[in-house]
Design a protein around this ligand. Structure first.
Ligand code: DAH
Length: 350
């Protein structure tokens, strides 16, 4: 047996008995590395004459190929084995029954958002979305709130410290109303759309949080007006609060993007300390709305000689608090498990 044969046999033996990627890498260096066994052998070629060089060179190459082949088979064997082990260790039986008492609850905001989405979809509203990071133009200008209009300061806006472009400075959207504009420029009327999402204002106390959730509704169609706004609100809220009778009160108000504008209250009464919605002589504000201002429609490329719009904006936390009796607004965002345990909803029907 030549020296080369012995070397090849010992390399193959080592590879054969190796059982980890790390070890295999060490073996590779010991054979083919700078001072590896094969590398050393190649160095010896230099001292030989041409004929011997050719002869031994060929033999070394054959041995090299044989070792490399064994090496790559071993490598994939180990990789497959390791993956198999990992898969077995991380195996999840998705057919296991749900544990009803398992930790984790649906947040009331998610619950209320899903309820409203169901109701609004049943009236033909499509869902549209917009970005949390907005620009001045979309958050304000497109909604008939021009530069220096006092309404801009009413929204305690978080501006992002970045350069302005042709759409103004970047900011965290202060309401979901910009989605009205996106829908107008991307859809042909008639349409009904709703959007649900987070909005941000620099404000924080028991009744204000710097981040909260809004629902935006918009209808653009021919021959529509205030009566439709009233009808749709009445029916959506009846379904939401599960009542057959619902008294609403419309108070004149101001929003730059609607004219006329209203704030809407729903009637309630207290029975044994519990709020009963729909009837009674007490009132709670529930949303804002109005007939879309022609400037907003024009900016959204809607032909105002043919189409009109009505819009509604709800605060989602308020709706959730009223429906499920949740007191302090701040609890919604504190990620306290005890709060979620008390006010959250189970994933499975009980
Ligand atoms: N964007 C308003 C706000 O955040 C809420 C609102 C009021 C939305 C009236 C509307 C609307 O679509 O018609 O204060």
């Amino acid at each position: 047996m030549s020296e080369l044969d012995r070397l090849q046999a010992s390399c193959l033996f080592e590879i054969e008995h190796c059982d980890s990627l790390k070890k295999l890498d060490e073996i590779r260096t010991a054979i083919f590395g700078k001072n590896g066994k094969i590398t050393e052998l190649m160095k010896q070629l230099r001292a030989l004459d041409n004929e011997q060089k050719r002869q031994l060179g060929q033999e070394i190459n054959l041995a090299k190929t044989a070792i490399m082949e064994r090496f790559s088979t071993k490598l994939s064997e180990i990789e497959i084995r390791d993956l198999q082990k990992k898969l077995e260790a991380e195996y999840v039986d998705v057919s296991m029954p749900v544990r009803p008492n398992a930790f984790g609850k649906i947040h009331p905001i998610t619950k209320v958002a899903e309820e409203l989405a169901d109701i609004l979809s049943s009236y033909g509203f499509m869902f549209e979305d917009g970005p949390d990071i907005e620009k001045e133009f979309f958050n304000f200008t497109a909604l008939n709130i021009p530069d220096h209009h006092p309404a801009r300061t009413m929204h305690d806006t978080f501006y992002l410290n970045m350069l302005a472009d042709e759409h103004g400075r970047k900011l965290l959207r202060t309401h979901t109303s910009p989605v009205q504009h996106y829908t107008m420029i991307s859809h042909k009327p008639p349409f009904r759309m709703f959007s649900i999402g987070r909005v941000y204002r620099s404000d924080s106390d028991a009744t204000h949080t710097p981040m909260f959730d809004q629902v935006e509704c918009l209808i653009v169609d021919k021959n529509i007006g205030f009566a439709h706004l009233k009808w749709i609100l009445l029916n959506v809220l009846k379904k939401f609060f599960h009542v057959s009778e619902l008294k609403l009160r419309f108070r004149p108000s101001f929003f730059p993007f609607t004219e006329p504008s209203v704030e809407v209250d729903i009637a309630y009464e207290l029975k044994n300390g519990k709020m009963i919605f729909g009837t009674g002589d007490k009132w709670l504000e529930i949303c804002g709305g109005g007939v879309v201002h022609p400037n907003v429609l024009n900016c959204g490329h809607i032909d105002t000689s043919v189409y009109q719009g009505i819009a509604i904006g709800f605060g989602l936390e308020r709706l959730a608090s009223l429906k499920y009796g949740i007191p302090d607004l701040r609890g919604y965002f504190e990620s306290d498990d005890r709060w979620r345990e008390a006010f959250g909803f189970s994933h499975v029907a009980k």
